[in-house]
Design a protein around this ligand. Structure first.
Ligand SMILES: [Zn+2]
Ligand SMILES: [Zn+2]
Length: 262
């Protein structure tokens, strides 16, 4: 039985539902604990995050829900902290550390926004070499704990967002494998759980979660552990696929926590 989900979004950032709708759905699904983790204020891209002047009301609303549902379900006020945002993480119950962007000169370009943007990053900044793009991405991801002091490392291989069917690059190419392993070793030393993120499974866009199974195997073989996160952007996605993943994890020997550690 899966009891917790720490990666969810509401209308405070780019989710479709209210925080209370998310809490009620979590309760209905039998979760013991639900973490709301909207996108932190990101100065260079205000399109998807909590507006700067709304951070306080976000904290207040989650605190009110925490009280209202006390005894039924634990409600936590988290934040999904993009590593380039520089926003303050004080006052949140926990932090999800994420790398959504590549820093290219003075600009920050999202790797998960659209295939067109992904292609333009490759063409304009990496001479069309997608593996070079992934190398830069993993050099970025390697810093995610240092930059965010997160409790959980979110969607480690987000750079594969549009790579279904290996459309842009081979995820078995030696350069790709070397790049992610180098990042993993930096992060494994930080002793934080890696999220297994089911967002694209819920939407039928991928067969495997972030990170892909063989990356999870590598993390597990090197002493790393996991936490499940749905990255739900609407109530129906909460805890999506968790039961199936727990049995996969058991078979493959991945250690999944129901709680994050401080
Ligand atoms: Zn994210
Ligand atoms: Zn998210």
């Amino acid at each position: 039985m899966t009891l917790t989900d720490f990666h969810t979004h509401t209308r405070f950032s780019d989710g479709a539902d209210t925080a209370e709708a998310m809490v009620r759905q979590a309760l209905e699904k039998g979760l013991r604990k639900i973490g709301i983790s909207d996108h932190c204020y990101t100065f260079f891209d205000e399109s998807y995050c909590i507006p700067k002047d709304t951070v306080d009301s976000y904290k207040k609303e989650i605190a009110a829900l925490k009280e209202k549902y006390r005894g039924k379900i634990d409600v936590l006020c988290g934040i999904e902290q993009d590593m380039f945002s520089g926003a303050d993480t004080a006052g949140f119950d926990y932090v999800l550390g994420s790398a959504h962007y590549l820093q290219c000169g003075e600009t920050y370009l999202p790797v998960d926004e659209s295939p067109a943007i992904f292609e333009s990053i490759a063409t304009e900044h990496f001479g069309g070499d997608y593996l070079a793009l992934t190398e830069a991405y993993y050099q970025t991801v390697a810093q995610v704990v240092a930059r965010t002091d997160c409790n959980i490392i979110a969607h480690f291989d987000l750079v594969t967002r549009f790579n279904a069917g290996e459309r842009y690059f081979s995820e078995r190419a030696p350069r790709y494998v070397a790049a992610y392993r180098q990042a993993l070793h930096v992060l494994l030393d930080c002793n934080k759980p890696f999220e297994i993120n089911t967002k694209l499974l819920a939407r039928g866009l991928k067969e495997e979660p972030y990170p892909r199974y063989d990356i999870c195997d590598y993390i597990a073989a090197n002493g790393g552990s996991f936490i499940l996160g749905s990255d739900a952007h609407n109530a129906s996605e909460i805890a999506f696929g968790f039961e199936a993943l727990k049995s996969i994890a058991e078979k493959r020997g991945w250690k999944i926590h129901d709680e994050f550690m401080d």
